[in-house]
Design a protein around this ligand. Structure first.
Ligand SMILES: Nc1ncnc2c1ncn2[C@@H]1O[C@H](COP(=O)(O)OP(=O)(O)OP(=O)(O)O)[C@@H](O)[C@H]1O
Ligand SMILES: [Mg+2]
Length: 263
C-alpha cells in the first residue's frame, strides 16, 4: 500500500513539475514575442499588389517583407513607377494589399475596420503626400492647425506651436497664404509641418523633398533626422533620391517587384 502511495506521489510530482516547466517556457516565449513586436513598430509580411487594368492583372509589388523599428528612419528608394507610393499607401492602411499583411503595433492593420484605421491614421500617423493634399480654402497656418483640431489637441499653446513649426520650415512669412498662393516647394514644406504638428508616432513621407532645391532639401532631411532622434518619431520615406541613404538608419531599394536591403 505504502509502495503504491509512493509511486502515486512521485507521478503527481512529475506532472506538477512538467506543468510548471511548460508554464515557465510559455511565459518566456510570450515575453520574447512582446519585446520583438515592441521593437518592430511596423512590419510587412509577404505583401503583394496587383492592379486590374483592362482585364490584365498587373503585378506591382511581390513578396515585400520589411520590419521597421520604432524611432528609426527607413528609406525606400526606387525610380518613377516602381511602386513607392503604392507601398507607402499599403503600409499606412490607405490601400489594401492584394496579398500579405501589415502589422502595426501587433495589430493586423489591413484587417481592421475602416473606422479603426482612420482613427489610427489620424492620431498615430503623420503624412507627407506626394501631391501635398492641402486644404485649398485654408491658409498655411490653418492647414497645420487643422491637424490639431482633428485630434482634439487644441490648447492655449497651439498657435505658438504652429507658428514655431512654420518658422522651422522657413515659412514664417507665408503663414496667411492659401495653397494657391504658395510655390510647389512652399506647399511641400507646409505639408511637412502638418505631418509633425500632432507629434505622431510614425511619419509616412512620399518624396518629401521632391519639389525642393538642394539647400531646402538638406534642411528637410536634417529636420526629419532630428525628429526621429529627438522625438523618437519613426519615419518611413520613399524617394528616388539616393541622398536619403546617409540620413536613414535602414534603406531598401526596389528591384523588380521586390525590395532589396541596401543599408
Ligand atoms: N490605381 C491604379 N490602377 C492601375 N495601375 C496603377 C494604379 N496606381 C498605380 N498604378 C501603377 O503602379 C505603378 C506604381 O505606381 P506608384 O504610384 O506606386 O509609383 P511611384 O514609384 O510612386 O512613382 P513616382 O516616383 O512617379 O511617384 C505605376 O506603373 C502605376 O501606373
Ligand atoms: Mg509616387
Amino acid at each position: 500500500m505504502a509502495k503504491i502511495f509512493r509511486v502515486f506521489l512521485l507521478s503527481f510530482c512529475v506532472v506538477i513539475c512538467s506543468i510548471f516547466l511548460m508554464l515557465l517556457f510559455s511565459l518566456v516565449q510570450a515575453e520574447d514575442n512582446i519585446s520583438k513586436s515592441m521593437d518592430n513598430i511596423l512590419e510587412a509580411k509577404n505583401l503583394g499588389k496587383n492592379f486590374l487594368v483592362e482585364n490584365n492583372n498587373e503585378c506591382i509589388l511581390k513578396e515585400i517583407n520589411i520590419q521597421i523599428k520604432a524611432s528609426q528612419w527607413m528609406s525606400l528608394l526606387g525610380p518613377s513607377g516602381s511602386g513607392k507610393s503604392t507601398l507607402l499607401n499599403i503600409l499606412s492602411g490607405l490601400m489594401m494589399p492584394s496579398s500579405g499583411q501589415v502589422f502595426y503595433e501587433s495589430q493586423i492593420l489591413n484587417s481592421l475596420s475602416d473606422d479603426k484605421k482612420s482613427e489610427i491614421r489620424s492620431s498615430d500617423f503623420g503624412f507627407v503626400f506626394q501631391f501635398f493634399e492641402l486644404v485649398e480654402h485654408l491658409t498655411a497656418f490653418e492647414n497645420i492647425r487643422f491637424m490639431l483640431e482633428l485630434n482634439s489637441l487644441v490648447d492655449q499653446d497651439s498657435d505658438d506651436k504652429v507658428k514655431a513649426l512654420l518658422e522651422s520650415v522657413g515659412l514664417g512669412h507665408r503663414k496667411n497664404h492659401f495653397p494657391r498662393q504658395l510655390s510647389g516647394g512652399e506647399k511641400q514644406r507646409v505639408a511637412l509641418a502638418r505631418a509633425f504638428i500632432h507629434d505622431p508616432i510614425l511619419i509616412f513621407a512620399d518624396e518629401p523633398t521632391g519639389n525642393l532645391d538642394e539647400k531646402n532639401s538638406e534642411k528637410i532631411l536634417e529636420l526629419l533626422k532630428s525628429l526621429s532622434q529627438n522625438n523618437k518619431t519613426t519615419i518611413v520615406s520613399v524617394s528616388h533620391d539616393r541622398n536619403f541613404i546617409q540620413y536613414s538608419n535602414q534603406a531598401y531599394e526596389f528591384k523588380g517587384y521586390c525590395l532589396e536591403q541596401i543599408k
